[in-house]
Design a protein around this ligand. Structure first.
Ligand code: CP
Length: 304
């Protein structure tokens, strides 16, 4: 049984293969229209989602498969006290593959230990979000033509932002990648990631100001301050608008810069930036469907 819990569960050659397949799915969508007929995807979302849940469902429907699931813990028997293990053992009787999001770090690993079908981590607490990273890698490769030799600025809530953690894990495996981490001191990237970067001799710096580093970036990856992970509202209110990207600030950046964001955004990117050709966050949304089609296809092939 093959699961996707952490982005490092995939070899780089497997990631390349998924991105190639996703590109082909965009170019020749009709070829894949029936490829998952008769198969069922379960989407178990114990936390809110728009893009991840709907892109997984759209991916399976686009390939002729079916979907079942729930969009909140409240609408499942979790609300009656059922354990995660019993929920997974039950749902794996009804479907061929499960994408799950859960507020607790490590929940997808626990699920994988009692599942009869592949488990895909669709976000676990403030920990990881590997399928957002596949979406991000696909977008970077399509926009920049490469995944190596890039300076990547990560800005905002780097402490709780699970998409940032998975993206650092992934991009640190490509040669000549440099990270510029832009955050207030309270929201710095977790130490286990900076220790990993030091151990691998990967160049990175941690700064508080966005403006001074903008000219040196190839990618600016903006993130939302994760209100739901804060212990007190006052800290969230104090930090939430630390960074707001505007057209004026973007004038400092190179014409080849790409602005990314996993979305949802709150205030951190002005809507006036949306019309800038360097803004690719809605391209990420579109790519998310195709890379999830590719992932479902590969994980189900292993089960055949
Ligand atoms: N990027 C992302 O995970 O978005 P949703 O929370 O809407 O799924």
């Amino acid at each position: 049984m093959r699961h996707l819990i952490d982005i490092t569960d995939l070899e780089l050659t497997e990631i390349d293969g998924l991105l190639d397949l996703a590109d082909d799915m965009i170019a020749h969508r009709e070829r894949y229209a029936d490829s998952q007929r008769g198969r069922i995807l379960g989407t178990l979302f114990f936390e809110p989602s728009t893009r991840t849940r709907l892109s997984f469902e759209s991916a399976m429907l686009t390939m002729g498969g079916n979907v079942l699931g729930f969009a909140s813990a409240d609408s499942s028997s979790t609300a009656k006290g059922e354990s995660l293990q019993d929920t997974i053992r039950t749902v794996s009787c009804y479907c061929d593959i499960i994408a799950m999001r859960h507020p607790k770090e490590g929940a997808p690993v626990a699920a994988s230990l009692c599942s009869d079908v592949p488990i895909i981590n669709a976000g676990d607490g403030g920990h990881n979000h590997p399928t957002q990273t596949l979406t991000d890698l696909m977008t970077i490769r399509r926009e920049m033509g490469r995944l190596d030799s890039l300076t990547i600025g990560l800005c905002g809530d780097l402490k709780f932002g699970r998409t940032v953690h998975s993206l650092i894990s992934a991009m640190s495996r490509y040669p000549n990648v440099r990270f510029v981490m832009i955050s207030p001191p309270e929201l710095r990237v977790p130490e286990y990631l900076t220790e990993m970067l030091r151990a691998k001799n990967i160049e990175f710096c941690e700064v508080e100001q966005m403006e001074s580093v903008l000219p040196e970036l190839d990618i600016l990856y903006m993130t939302r301050v994760q209100r739901e992970r804060f212990f007190n509202e006052a800290d969230y209110v104090r930090l939430k608008d630390t960074y707001v990207l505007t057209p004026e600030k973007l004038r400092l950046a190179d014409s080849r810069l790409r602005v990314m964001h996993p979305l949802p955004r709150v205030n951190e990117i002005s809507s006036k930036v949306d019309s800038d050709p360097r803004a690719v966050y809605f391209t990420q949304v579109r790519n998310g469907r195709y890379v999830r089609m590719a992932l479902i296809t590969r994980l189900l092939e292993v089960c055949e």
